[in-house]
Ligand binder design. Sequence first.
Ligand code: PSU
Ligand code: MN
Length: 304
Amino acid sequence: MNAPLTFPPEVHDALSAGRPVVALESTIITHGMPWPQNLEMARQVEAVIRDNGAVPATIAVMGGRIHVGMDDDALETLARTPSDQAMKLSRADLAVCLANGRTGATTVAATMICAHLAGIRVFATGGIGGVHRGAESSFDISADLHELAQTPVTVVAAGAKAILDLPKTWEVLETLGVPVIAYGQDDLPAFWSRGSGIRAPLRMDNAADIAASAAMRARLGLKGGQLVANPIPHDAEIPRDTIMPVIEQALSEAEAQGIAAKQVTPFLLGRIFDLTEGRSLRSNIALVLDNARLAAEIAAAMTR
Ligand code: PSU
Ligand code: MN
């Protein structure tokens, strides 16, 4: 394979020396959070990974290349790019974006593909995409789920975003053979809230166990990755009773305005930000930072 990958020296050196590297996505920067908090989040997340002994590699497509790691200027340029000027890339459109020399931000699915091409085994984000409410008529199921089933990267997230139909999302992951591992508790987390009332199929309490199960999947020749569902830190949590009515309102506005396909998730996150006067964004940033810390620990355990 001869994929068009570009690495900053720090990432290149860490990968060749077998030191821990954590991949980060860029759709959360261009489509998931407003300027300038998106840039602050992107910088903080990289700092947390460094503080925990790993090298961060934020992934995006620019100038016909997959950038696996970006310097601060590139990060700022991407964070300032209006969401309608960056493609929101998944498996379906990654190659098109590269071939046409366009700018693209990678979702969970596309980031997993790029991380795997680069030899990175762990990736931290906020929440994965999943089965949208009403999927029984819209058929809107994120390609993130199928990517977890086929690309061997461990994804650390605060579960799936609570705007989704969480029970259906977990059912699909089970069908696809993806290990869904709650970290440090029995309940699956629900993004802004620590609990969901749904018991996790698997639970682990330390990074070494997560690293060992990824290694065992490889020994068994099993395709696909793992989802580590890490609950949001206590002090940043929004209780379910508080966030659910807000989600319901955002969902009904999306339906009334005919929002569909790739616009759904960014629209809902934006409305929930407005309706909570920014609280949802502060929580989202806090959970991403904690996921980055855990991902760095897992990456370190994988190199041992
Ligand atoms: N995590 C966040 N905010 C986000 C995302 C993740 O905290 O915006 C992005 C990821 O890139 C994920 C995407 O892959 O949302 C899901 O989009 P969709 O539902 O259209 O598949
Ligand atoms: Mn979708």
